[in-house]
Design a protein around this ligand. Structure first.
Ligand code: NDP
Length: 330
């Protein structure tokens, strides 16, 4: 069994020397546990937060211990009722080849119903994030003009498409390359898209949304958030999902300078954590599952192969190497 350990806490951008791929004995499943051979590992932006010691909504990774994360795999030994050898499960023992998982924390998934990797992306945590963030936190309603950043990523690409499917009057996305911006228009059906590296976000947003925006789904923070506040219409809502532009900062980033606009617009900014919206999971699967099967909601994955490349996959996520969900195939 090989597993990734955090050796020291990164300052700024994580470096390879902060981590080690460690060879260990495969764990033995205890009572009410199953042993899982992982087939897909998830790397996600929130993991950057867990590499730091700062208190947050999930505990920091412990130094010298295997890191955790979403994973799907096949059960190869079972000491638990209801889960058999050969079953596939979704669990949080990622960053390693073999995981001993408590049965009550393993969710059975059906490899016939969807490709296994989809349970880490479009049908998994990022999918529910997009759904809950747009529909509940941002109170999306038909006719809204919606702007989403990180729009070619796992969450963002779903936000834009969900908004279209639910009757948005205009959907605008931003992403970090011309190729990604083109993809938003041609594959995901966005009405407008721009590469935020091509010029000031506020100017590009104003050109893409001349009438302003009702909803901003923030994956990025920084300039994007300020630009969105500047374009907010009456009663506008901003769902703060992520702020990836500041995750490697060593000093707090300056806040938006135009918050006064929230008074004029009666605007609302609200942060959220997907874990608080698990009650929406059945509704999400019922509604979004068929759209995915019918191809009305498209998703991409960037698949990196090999446990030894997991760290590189994570670092690639911070650089924007991915289109859609970044996963590691073992
Ligand atoms: P993505 O698939 O969107 O991958 C991350 C993307 O971030 C990269 O592809 C890159 O795309 C972009 N990025 C990196 N650095 C910057 C930067 N400085 N400015 C702008 N964009 C940048 O990841 P996810 O879909 O998994 O996550 C998206 C966001 O949602 C993250 O902020 C994440 O933390 C958050 N999140 C929050 C959850 C919650 O419960 N609140 C749950 C899940 C995710 P590009 O080429 O466009 O720069």
């Amino acid at each position: 069994n090989r597993e990734w350990h955090l050796l020291s806490r990164p300052v700024g951008l994580p470096k390879p020397e902060n981590f080690a791929l460690v060879e260990t004995e495969a764990p033995q499943p205890r009572e009410n546990q199953v042993l899982v051979r992982n087939t897909y590992l998830s790397v996600d932006p929130y993991m950057r937060g867990r590499m730091s010691a700062a208190k947050s909504y999930v505990d920091p990774y412990e130094l010298g211990k295997p890191m955790e994360g979403g994973a799907v795999g096949e059960v190869v030994a079972s000491n638990a009722e209801g889960i058999a050898v050969g079953d596939h499960v979704l669990h949080s023992g990622g960053w390693r080849e073999y995981a001993a998982v408590d049965a009550q924390r393993a969710v059975k998934v059906d490899p016939e119903a969807a490709p296994l990797s989809a349970y880490l992306g479009v049908l998994g945590m990022p999918g529910l994030t997009a759904y809950a963030g747009l529909l509940r936190v941002a109170s999306f309603k038909e006719g809204d003009i919606v702007f989403v950043s990180g729009a070619a990523g796992a969450v963002g690409s779903l936000v834009g498409q969900l908004a279209k499917l639910k009757g948005a009057s205009r959907v605008i996305g931003s992403a970090g390359s011309d190729e990604k911006a083109r993809l938003l228009l041609e594959e995901y059906g966005f009405d407008a898209a721009f590469n935020y590296k091509n010029g000031p976000v506020s100017e590009q947003l104003r050109a893409a949304a001349p009438d302003g925006i009702d909803v901003y789904f923030d994956n990025v923070g920084g300039d994007h958030l300020e630009a969105a506040i500047g374009s907010l219409r009456q009663g506008g809502r901003i769902a703060v999902c992520g702020m990836i532009s500041v995750y490697n900062n060593t000093e707090p980033a300056p806040g938006p300078r135009n918050l006064i606009r929230l008074i004029q617009t009666r605007g609302r900014i609200e942060g959220f954590i997907v874990g608080d919206h698990r009650d929406l999971q059945p509704q999400f699967v019922r509604e979004v599952g068929p759209w995915v099967r019918e191809g009305r909601l498209k998703y991409r994955e960037t698949v990196v192969e090999g446990i030894e490349n997991t760290l590189e996959a994570f670092l690639g996520l911070l650089r924007g190497d991915n289109i859609g969900k970044m996963v590691v195939k073992l």
